[in-house]
Structures are given as structure tokens and as C-alpha cells.
Design a protein around this ligand. Structure first.
Ligand SMILES: [Zn+2]
Length: 346
């Protein structure tokens, strides 16, 4: 029996396939599908799955949904092998007007597309209409998989197309370079950074997944506050009695705007996963400050941890034009961590 997280190389975006196998029974879950640039890599892996129990599109952002939409458009028959689609933004996800989508060429949005498929194939029983918000729980018995949604809240869920463009803070390559002149300890203690306006990102579906041999915290591009509130208020976890997790996928590709010491303190974690090739456009990921907080914050637990990248540091530096850690910081035993690069399976 084994749980495996396949971390796909989805360029600046996210794409994961979680598989759980127990006594010959399989559970397959797809979480996001990367941007169009990563389509070849992502679709090749999706095509290998003969059944998808749950397909999740965490939020309305192209580096998370484009690959999925392209894959469904390419052959709508693929919907036959999906039981549940978890997505809160079907109205705003566009299928690109004018694109022929077999029998559903009038569909402009994912919502219209899925409705068209439903009309033509009522027997497929694709479940996609339920809103997936904090508090929702799902259990699969064989193999055992338990999922608890911790974000978005009902308030954070609502997004509109016009909000997409203005969501991003100006994270410049220069900003990342400037951080190199500050020590990890100084950056870890600095909690003055205001969370930037990221309404689309904060509508991300974030969840705790537990199987018989692994626990994961998958966070999409969520902000820290909603997740912190859920874990403390609904799960009654605290710094003293933290949420125990094997793998935490850091939100928003390691952006410093989506993490804080409070959230890190209430999660006791062995492996932190950062998914990005360094970012595209204005984004420069991951931030040195995010890594500083993991390593050097006051509340860090005294144990060895791993920080896992799905690309190499060199790839990410090529995009940044700068390092986010020095070689000395990586080899410094006092930092008590391993940097793992090009991670494909966890
Ligand atoms: Zn993203």
C-alpha cells in the first residue's frame, strides 16, 4: 500500500497527481493542470490514468487551470473517467471563444461546457456543481482517503473576471535580489510585510489529505489567514499542539506574500514543497523570505526538514537572475535542512 504524490513539471504553475493504492484498489486525484506551456508534460501524465476519482481546479488562474481545460477540450470523452470535479469558478474559466470543442462548440465557459456534456451524456454522472468551501469533508473507504477543505471561506470564494488583472502585487526580480542583502534571521523575524491584494489566489481550494501512510497540506495559491483561522478555530490546533503533516505544499509557489510565521508555527511538517520554475512575467518565485521563515523563525521545531523544489535552483535562478539562498546557507549544518531539487515523487 502506498501513497504517492507525482509533482509534475508545470513551469511556473502547479500540477499534481496523487495516487493511493491499497490491496489492488486505486484512488487517483488530479490537483491543477499547469499553464498551456506545460501542456505536453501534463497531458501525457493525465492520459495514463484510466480513472480519476477527483479532479480539482484550485482557482481561476491560468498557471493552474489551462492544462486541464485544454485536456478536456481536446477530447470531451475524457470526462467519462472522472467521478468528481471540484471547482468553484466554472463561470469565469473561459474555453476561448471560437474554438471548436467537438459537439460543444457553443460553450464559452467551463460551466457551459460541462452543462453541454451533461445534456448529451446524462448517464456519465459527473459531479461538479457543489461548491467546495472550508468545512467540506470527503472520505473514500477503499483505499482510505480523507480530505478536509480548509479554504476558501464562503466570503473568499466569490471571484469575478474583472478582478483577475489587478490581483498581483509587484514582485520584481529586483525585490528578490534586494532580499539577498538581508540575513535569513532578519528576514524570518520581519513580519511587517502586508499581505497583498490577491482575491483570485485567496479563492484557492486548500485541503488536508490523509491516507493510511501519508498526510498532505495542499494550499493552491491561498493566503495564510484563512488557512490559519481554520486550523486554529475549527481544528483547535496551536503552536503547542500543531497540525501534524508529512508534506506541506507552500502556497503560491513560495511567495512571501502568502505565508507568515503564525501559519508555519501551527503546522508540524517534515517536507516543504515549492512548485515553480522561477516564475513568469512579474512573478519571481520562490521568495528568500519564505525560506527564511521556514528555517529561522522563532517557533521552528528542532528537527531536520527538507525543502523540495520541483525544478533545480539553477533553473529558478535563471528566471530570477538571482539566488534565493547562498551555497553557504545551504551547507550550514545549523540550518538543519536538506534542499532537494528536481523532485518528481513524494
Ligand atoms: Zn499559481
Amino acid at each position: 500500500m502506498a501513497t504517492k504524490l507525482h509533482v509534475l513539471k508545470a513551469m511556473e504553475g502547479d500540477a499534481f497527481i496523487l495516487t493511493v493504492e491499497e490491496n489492488g484498489n486505486m484512488f487517483n486525484m488530479v490537483i491543477d493542470g499547469g499553464p498551456l506551456d506545460a501542456y505536453q508534460e501534463v497531458s501525457a501524465e493525465l492520459n495514463k490514468l484510466d480513472h480519476i476519482d477527483i479532479l480539482v481546479i484550485t482557482h481561476f488562474d491560468r498557471d493552474h487551470y489551462e492544462g486541464i481545460i485544454e485536456w478536456l477540450k481536446e477530447d470531451p470523452l475524457r470526462l467519462q473517467k472522472i467521478d468528481h470535479i471540484w471547482v468553484n469558478c466554472t463561470v469565469v474559466i473561459s474555453l476561448n471563444k471560437g474554438t471548436e470543442v467537438s459537439a460543444y462548440s457553443n460553450s464559452h465557459s467551463l460551466k457551459e461546457f460541462l452543462e453541454g456534456v451533461e445534456q448529451n451524456h446524462p448517464d456519465w454522472n459527473i459531479d461538479w456543481k457543489q461548491e467546495i468551501i472550508a468545512g467540506y469533508k470527503y472520505t473514500n473507504q477503499n483505499p482510505f482517503v480523507e480530505i478536509e477543505i480548509i479554504a476558501p471561506t464562503n466570503e473568499s470564494k466569490g471571484i469575478f473576471e474583472h478582478e483577475y488583472e489587478k490581483q498581483y502585487p509587484a514582485i520584481s526580480a529586483q525585490g528578490v535580489k534586494d532580499q539577498m542583502s538581508r540575513s535569513l534571521k532578519e528576514l524570518a523575524d520581519d513580519e511587517t510585510l502586508k499581505p497583498a491584494y490577491q482575491k483570485v489566489n485567496n479563492s484557492s481550494i486548500a485541503m488536508i489529505i490523509r491516507t493510511n501512510d501519508k498526510s498532505l497540506l495542499m494550499t493552491g495559491d491561498c493566503m495564510a489567514t484563512d488557512m490559519y483561522n481554520y486550523i486554529t478555530q475549527k481544528l483547535n490546533k496551536s503552536k503547542e499542539d500543531p497540525l501534524s503533516i508529512d508534506i506541506m505544499k507552500l502556497p503560491h509557489h513560495g511567495s512571501r506574500y502568502n505565508i507568515n510565521n503564525d501559519l508555519l508555527d501551527i503546522v508540524d511538517c517534515d517536507k516543504y514543497l515549492i512548485t515553480t520554475n522561477g516564475g513568469a512575467g512579474n512573478a519571481n518565485h520562490p521568495d528568500r523570505q519564505t525560506i527564511a521563515k521556514i528555517l529561522k523563525r522563532e517557533g521552528r521545531r528542532d528537527k531536520h526538514i527538507e525543502i523540495c523544489l520541483n525544478y533545480s535552483r539553477k533553473d529558478e535562478m535563471a528566471s530570477h537572475g538571482t539566488k534565493f539562498l547562498t551555497d553557504d546557507e545551504i551547507s550550514d549544518k545549523k540550518n538543519n535542512f536538506d534542499l532537494k531539487e528536481n523532485i518528481e515523487w513524494l
